[in-house]
Design a binder for this molecule. Structure first.
Ligand SMILES: [Zn+2]
Length: 179
């Protein structure tokens, strides 16, 4: 772990501040950033529950041969809700959070509706990173008060009891312009 990652990783991004956090290894799920520069945290509710429900916006997308199949894909924003105490908070909105969100040019995806990601509560893990190292070093040198909020990739993984972990969404706003 670089000194930069150690420094930023010791600070909590504002969107994770409402949660209890436990450091974990990044889930081996396709689409989740991985490597020694990735921070992964399991989220818990301050009431003590480590099982949460997720509610996401959804966008209808055509998939399959000739686009005949329509699926509802989860998109941001994502809210997390505690089934024990009923507390619900915004977990991630690219219009507010991360590199572009903090710059004020983050884009909230077009959505058709919203829904619970799964019927039951489960384990919620977020993985994020600060990969534009030079940019963060410059921010720190300039006295930026909240470089931890400017993460440049962010992913959410949900795992129901006894099931495989599933990617909820993965954002790499820093690289979005390249795609
Ligand atoms: Zn709770």
């Amino acid at each position: 772990m670089s000194d930069l990652l150690a420094l930023l990783g010791a600070r909590i991004p504002a969107n994770l501040a409402p949660f209890m956090l436990a450091s974990v290894t990044a889930p081996a799920v396709r689409g989740v950033p991985h490597g020694p520069d990735v921070l992964a945290r399991r989220l818990g509710c301050p009431c003590g529950s480590w099982e949460l429900k997720l509610r996401t916006a959804r966008r209808r997308e055509r998939r399959g041969l000739f686009g005949r199949k329509t699926v509802a894909a989860p998109v941001a924003p994502v809210h997390a809700a505690c089934p024990v105490c009923g507390r619900e908070v915004l977990l991630f909105d690219p219009a507010q959070h991360g590199w572009h969100g903090r710059h004020g040019d983050g884009v909230r995806p077009r959505a058709d509706d919203e829904a619970w990601f799964a019927n039951a509560a489960g384990e919620v893990v977020v993985a994020y990173a600060y990969r534009a190292e030079d940019a963060y070093r410059a921010m720190l040198a300039d006295g930026c008060p909240d470089p931890q909020d400017w993460f440049d990739c962010f992913a959410i993984v949900f795992r129901a009891a006894g099931a495989q972990p599933l990617l909820v969404l993965s954002e790499e706003p820093y690289r979005r312009l390249d795609r």
